[in-house]
Design a protein around this ligand. Sequence first.
Ligand code: ATP
Ligand code: MG
Length: 493
Amino acid sequence: MCETLAGHGHQAYVVGGAVRDLMLGVQPKDFDVATDATPEDVHRLIRRSRLIGRRFKLVHAVFNAEIVEVSTFRAVNVAIADDATGETDGGRLVDAHGRLLRDNIYGTREQDAARRDFTINALYYDPVSETVLDYHQGVRDLKRRTLRIIGDPRARFREDPVRMLRAVRLAAKLDFQIAPKTRAPIREMADLIGNVPSARLFDEMLKLLLSGHASACLHRLRTEGLHHGLLPLLDVILEQPLGAKFVNLALAQTDQRIREDKPVSPAFLFAALLWHQVAAQWKVREAKRQGRIAALYEAMDEVLDRQTDAIAIPRRLTATMKEIWSLQPRFESRSGKRPFALLEHPRLRAAYDFLVLRAESGEADRELVEWWRRFIAGTPEERARLLLPAPKGETPRRRRRRRPKTRPPRDRRRPWPTEVARAFVGLGANLGDPARQVAAALDALGRLPRTRLVRASSLYRSAPVGNEAQPEFVNAVAALQTGLSRASCSQHA
Ligand code: ATP
Ligand code: MG
């Protein structure tokens, strides 16, 4: 890519974290390229590339199945007063705290190097001549294993407070020390994190948690006094022995999984970080003699409301977090039909893993975890044997629910497939005996390998589309939980 750009008379360098990581012998996470070509030129010259970004344009190019981000040299070296607001010369826009709101003017290579955050992130590698340009003594700092900000630390942190978080993350990831002058102002400037848009903080927090060094990062955040704006009650949690143990276990487990290249779930992680706040709120509300489950739901909302003021956890994550939390008390029922109902819950796996974590930190019974492990893995006979007698005083609630005749019996014999996905299948037939065909198809779906039929709609009729002369259709929709891939699922269907 650099060669192509160079062939058209442009400068193009590999920059940022990739050069740093390569020089340290660490596998780079991604590659960035900086060039004097405009985004439009890059897009024109590089095949399989696209223009992105509105605020400042970038190009994403696909190379060896990886996305390389190509940016045009930018300049941001206009000095700004502490209380500057509005537009200053050179196109820089800052807020009342000196935070940079816009830095979208193109510049020279030197200016591009000076706007970068740390000396070790401002190395420019030219793959054509195989040379490294080092404007800010980044190589020296790499050797000294030191993270040093370029320019005046206070000014640079004020421009972008996220740099303080980046300092902590990179220092923890690389096991570097933060240069004393870079480190000194962090504690007193920590509050500026509060001015950063909460969506950006979420992104940064996620990077930190998924860095493979979450545990080290979080402890360093605490040491530097940076965690207040991110996870407001983390201090409180970490001061209780149970809470600290729980959070530490969750982070250690995450780091381990990342290092083994296994997927981790951000929702699970945030659920773990906030659990002890939820648990504390739950207790308070329960003590006020609120219903146990209602109290839990209120506690969850309260904690999430407070948390999302600081960092914007997206709704798709909070929905899963709530499911993981709200399933916890449901593990306590081990008699009657309830445990079977839980088996069918799409979040059972995550909620069970969460229960394991609670047991490992001493908060839940190990015996309960063991029971569920066996129940989930068990055959129908084993499950029946495991069931406990209904607690005294609790008469089993009889719920009369009439099922449509066409509904197939729920299949309890199938073992729980590992790595399940929810799949919805629509069925339709209009030849022969359509109702029978659809019922037979539903039945067949339930017998697919590594699959359970969770629910099926009643049969319904629909008018044919297109050729109006055809007979009416009979349809049904089925929800499956399946360990099959999408391709093999539709093949079976
Ligand atoms: P990682 O290993 O997490 O990818 P990285 O240093 O490559 O670390 P990126 O977010 O990919 O981080 O950023 C690429 C480069 O852009 C950085 O190396 C740095 O030169 C520059 N950069 C990123 N964020 C900032 C910032 N907030 N202020 C100044 N420069 C930044
Ligand atoms: Mg990078």
